[in-house]
Design a protein around this ligand. Structure first.
Ligand code: NDP
Length: 484
């Protein structure tokens, strides 16, 4: 048996786990490492053993024995059943006060269930969202841990040392109890879907609507990255659009099949929002857009059917074209603000539902570095939550309210032009519809209430009198009765 000497351990040494273990070792930790098949452990030690202090273990028993108390073990194995199996196996070998951390992509309700079961055994369970992929795990991810405050005391300083830094601050904070960390990571991914789709819609409009070449659009994204849109996703978009396929010499984008994949976190974000009653319309449309892209048979059939629509390229005088490109940039910014407003709204409603004390300003701060949605304007978002101005909605904070007001004419022009070009803009247009819905003093929901009362006696409330009413629609004179 190994002597207890490692202050932290990592179980699961595939891409993410190996990178996280190396990151931990680089920061001066002594890291116990274990993988189901020992070959991965050997590879890690052979290739990177000289980067820091590792304690390789052949068995889980050896792994646990090599950890100093309170033992802290990070699990980075395949999500789902393998994670459950590994948690239980570790819990069987650990003692009260020890900490099990799941850094995989778990569904927040699974994390709540696991936390409850592990807490009952006297151990701490931390569900920790990690964003930034393999490179982030190695060089500094954005981390979203849940769990008890007590576990954060041990874990916090370690996670702070390995996380990304934004303006010198670690991109990790204790999010809240049980599933709060994985919930926030889920919404992060939902916003990521929206952000990516918005960029893709901007590209589509310039490519098909204006007939621009990918590299030309890539140049524009590079320019846009120097504006309020500055972000990792805009930066990599420019890189993808400039990339030329080695085999054919064609723009890379033109040789890639247009079926967007997904792993499920976007869908979870939308399903959860539906059950919480929070309209995350931009995120939902982004998920559905990926769905439509992947309905290959249906799209092939539509192509055969030759569904009618406007022709795509509409020549535009140079000046008008420049102005339109500027409109697209501004519309992208406004829609992006809506995506974040909706995402933060989902987090705050979940916090009420599950009793999580989530500091939204801190969430915005830890997303400034290491994660996929890192963006300069998260500084402004965190300020808006810190000052309390965004407590009800990000769209009410003066900075963002002014920003949307300033660009809304461009936003409307872009969407109406896209419609006339026949180019779909699901997230651009649903974001504007959300904004217009929010600012409407009166919505046609009154008519829906009337319909519901007529066909199903579902009752309604009046604008001029408290209580619940039902109209006897079949009675002569359509008598109205008050039910309470
Ligand atoms: P994978 O999700 O591909 O999982 C492979 C690892 O899981 C291997 O170490 C494998 O061990 C282990 N494993 C699989 N089944 C079992 C089992 N039944 N019992 C024990 N171990 C098992 O690895 P990744 O590194 O890509 O991801 C790890 C976790 O991190 C996942 O939950 C993933 O969702 C999450 N994540 C991934 C990100 C990414 O960008 N890839 C980003 C953020 C989170 P063996 O070698 O023995 O087969």
């Amino acid at each position: 048996m190994s002597e207890a000497q490692a202050n932290i351990g990592v179980v699961g040494l595939a891409a993410m786990g190996a990178s996280l273990a190396r990151n931990l070792a680089h920061k001066g930790n002594t890291v116990a490492v274990y993988n189901r098949h020992y070959s991965r452990t050997e590879t890690l030690i052979d290739k990177h053993g000289d980067e820091g202090k590792f304690v390789p273990a052949k068995t889980l028993e050896e792994f646990v024995a090599s950890l100093t108390k309170p033992r802290t073990a990070i699990i980075m194995v395949k999500a789902g059943e393998p994670t459950d199996d590994m948690i239980n196996a570790l819990a069987d070998l650990m003692e009260p006060g020890d900490i099990i951390v799941d850094c995989g992509n778990a569904y927040y309700k699974d994390t709540m269930r696991r936390e409850k079961a592990i807490r009952a055994r006297g151990l701490h369970f931390v569900g920790c969202g990690v964003s930034g992929g393999e490179e982030g795990a190695l060089k500094g991810p954005s981390m979203m841990p849940g769990g008890t405050k007590e576990s954060w005391k041990t874990l916090g300083p370690i996670l702070e040392s390995i996380s990304a830094k934004a303006e010198g601050e670690p991109c990790v904070t204790h999010i809240g109890s049980d599933g709060a960390g994985h919930f926030v990571k889920m919404v992060h991914n939902g916003i990521e879907y929206s952000d990516m789709q918005l960029i893709a819609e901007s590209y589509d409009l310039m490519r098909r609507g204006l007939g621009m070449e990918p590299s030309e659009i890539g140049d524009l994204f590079e320019e846009w990255n120097k504006t309020e849109l500055n972000s990792y996703l805009i930066e990599i978009t420019a890189e993808v659009l400039h990339h030329v396929d080695k085999k054919t010499g064609k723009p890379f984008i033109d040789v890639v099949l247009d079926h967007a994949g997904m792993k499920g976190t976007g869908t979870w974000t939308v399903q959860t929002a539906l059950s919480l009653g929070v309209p995350v319309t931009g995120i939902a449309e982004a998920v559905f857009a990926r769905g439509l892209s992947s309905q290959t048979e249906l799209r092939a059939e539509a192509a055969k059917q030759g569904l009618e629509g406007p022709s795509e390229v509409v020549p535009m005088p140079l000046e008008e074209r420049q102005a339109f490109i500027n409109d697209i940039r501004e519309a992208l910014y406004a829609s992006k603000i809506v995506a974040y407003a909706q995402g933060f709204n989902e987090i705050s409603e979940a916090a009420k539902e599950y009793g999580w004390d989530i500091d939204l300003a801190a969430v915005a701060r830890i997303w400034r570095g290491g994660c996929i949605i890192r963006a300069q304007f998260l500084n402004r978002i965190s300020e808006a939550f810190e000052s309390g101005e965004a407590n009800v909605s990000l769209l009410f904070a003066p900075y963002f309210k002014d920003a949307v007001e300033t660009v809304q004419r461009s936003w409307r022009r872009v969407i109406s032009r896209a419609i006339s070009f026949g180019i779909p803009m699901p997230v651009f247009s649903s974001s504007l519809a959300y904004y217009d819905g929010l600012r409407s003093k009166r919505l046609p929901a009154a008519l829906i209430q009337g319909q519901r009362d007529l066909f199903g006696a579902h009752t309604y409330q009046r604008v001029d009198e408290p209580g619940v009413f039902h109209t006897l629609w079949t009675e002569e004179g359509q008598e109205e009765i008050k039910q309470s």
